[in-house]
Design a protein around this ligand. Sequence first.
Ligand SMILES: NC(=O)c1ccc[n+]([C@@H]2O[C@H](COP(=O)([O-])OP(=O)(O)OC[C@H]3O[C@@H](n4cnc5c(N)ncnc54)[C@H](OP(=O)(O)O)[C@@H]3O)[C@@H](O)[C@H]2O)c1
Length: 290
Amino acid sequence: MHGKTVMVTGGTAGIGRETARGLALLGARVIIVGRNPDRAKDAAAALTAETGAEVTSLTADLARLDGLRGLASRFADEHDRLDVLVNNAGGMSPERRLTGDGVEFTFAVNVLAPYALTRLLLPRLRAADAARVVNLTGGLPDGTIDPANLQAEKRFLGWTFAHYNQAKTALMAMSHRFAARLEQEEITVNVAYPGHAYTPGNRATPVRAFPYLFRPVAPLIRLVGPLLLSDRAKSARSSLYLASSPEVQGRTGLYVDARARPATWPDGALDPRAQDAVWDLCERLTALTA
Ligand SMILES: NC(=O)c1ccc[n+]([C@@H]2O[C@H](COP(=O)([O-])OP(=O)(O)OC[C@H]3O[C@@H](n4cnc5c(N)ncnc54)[C@H](OP(=O)(O)O)[C@@H]3O)[C@@H](O)[C@H]2O)c1
């Protein structure tokens, strides 16, 4: 990865930070993205000290379209090409809530942000030699996608993680469509399922976000979580593999599991009707057409 420029969203903590560390250890120049400038600068300095690589930071709220636009424009001011974009940041809300742009939050951070950032950074990805985009899925992305409920307009089943699961399936549908669209340009778009890790994201999950059956044991889950889910290096294995391995050079439309083995795409993500609906909504909400 020497000489390569890589951006990792959500690289200040959790799985993204592990991914950034792994890519820096391989010699890449890494730009991590978080919301808080001090936290982002501290994380970049710590990763530089630890790896000896050039790690810098940019700050943006990826749940906002102006945040995404500002991030892409600041990156473009400072760098003439982007070799790897890891759309790692995600999240979920226990309730249906809207972002400042009026977009449902879980859809905004897990689907719209990776779409918009990839789209906005396309000129810099095109300037690289065989650029890679890696998108992180999660939850149980094996259900169907309801095109009329992408933003939980009809119902929000947050307490079963159903909406988060659907958002991650929609991210996969969008990624699959993006891979096909960019195939001729030699930009690859692949999806990684990370391993589970005890991160700021799951530490912050309120009890009311757990499925009803699990709520009584939520405090116990929090207690054993750090013990059971402590190996953060494992959680970044799949994203590191897709971002850096020569085995996947030039290969697009791949989905790999937490051990970086090829996995079967969920039917819901391959459904052309669902792909159309997700793609159209991303285009409409961002006014960015690929
Ligand atoms: N953890 C798991 O067990 C697990 C399992 C399956 C899938 N996943 C998926 O893997 C990815 C990483 O998960 P994680 O648990 O490591 O995430 P996390 O703990 O929630 O992520 C923390 C990182 O994301 C950044 N971030 C969060 N929201 C942001 C926003 N709106 N704008 C900019 N940056 C934002 C944080 O930056 P700040 O410095 O600003 O806080 C921090 O760098 C996510 O897509 C998640 O859905 C996780």
